[in-house]
Write a protein that binds this ligand. Sequence first.
Ligand SMILES: [Zn+2]
Length: 276
Amino acid sequence: MEAYGFIEKAVMQGRVSHAYIINAAQQQAKDLALFLAKGVNCTAEDRKPCGRCSSCRRIEASNHPDVTITQAGGASIGIDDIRQLQKEIFIKPYEGKKRVSIILQGEKMTVQAQNSLLKVLEDPPGDGIIAITTANPAGLLPTILSRCQVLKPETGQNIPDHHLYHETMVSMMEEDFTRASAAIDLLVRDTDRSVEDFLDYMLLQLRDLLVLKLAQKEDLLYIKDNGEFARRTAERFTPAELGRMIEAVSGARENLRQNANAQLTLEVLLLDIQEV
Ligand SMILES: [Zn+2]
């Protein structure tokens, strides 16, 4: 089932779990976690989350005392971060109905931190919910995975068509160095967009191009409404070239995970793509 519909139904039926893993690209996963937090704390009578009540609006603005976000300050989320979360989640909600702790990029938790979180998951507070977002569930301990309900937006849905992502990718693939450099600058400075999300987006696009090239079937495309761009672009590259681009983007993704500088990573990727 589609993830938003799934959450809405669970909220309306009062069947919300104690722990979720939201498996999606960064911004998308965060949006879904906030949707969940709004749903359980919404004060509307009928459809929740309404998006309009004071509770919904303050959660959207990251200004609700019962909804907290834990994220990596530096390279990782450490045991102290999880201890803080543990302290907070056992406090009764101040004004909402449920306390919601959102962990962004859960794969950045150290093993120690994950083990500490596991203790909370084993004995969860009655009115607390933990939502772990991650694009890479393999970075979480199996014991954590087994204690959470995993939500994954359905294939082909909710993939936002970010204009900036598209512009960056197209200018890179067209080897337009000036345009690509400008787009990279914007992307690195844009605090609402992440370079990791961009690379995930680009991987999906390249995968679509390769599928179109090899299978000639538009109904297999991951990103719906991608037909025209995919058809046009797929013609320009061979499957081997697309394969090498996918490798280059995966490599960049891996470098970022190991804390490489974002700007430099994208500039190197631009050169790699020009060489495929
Ligand atoms: Zn509401």
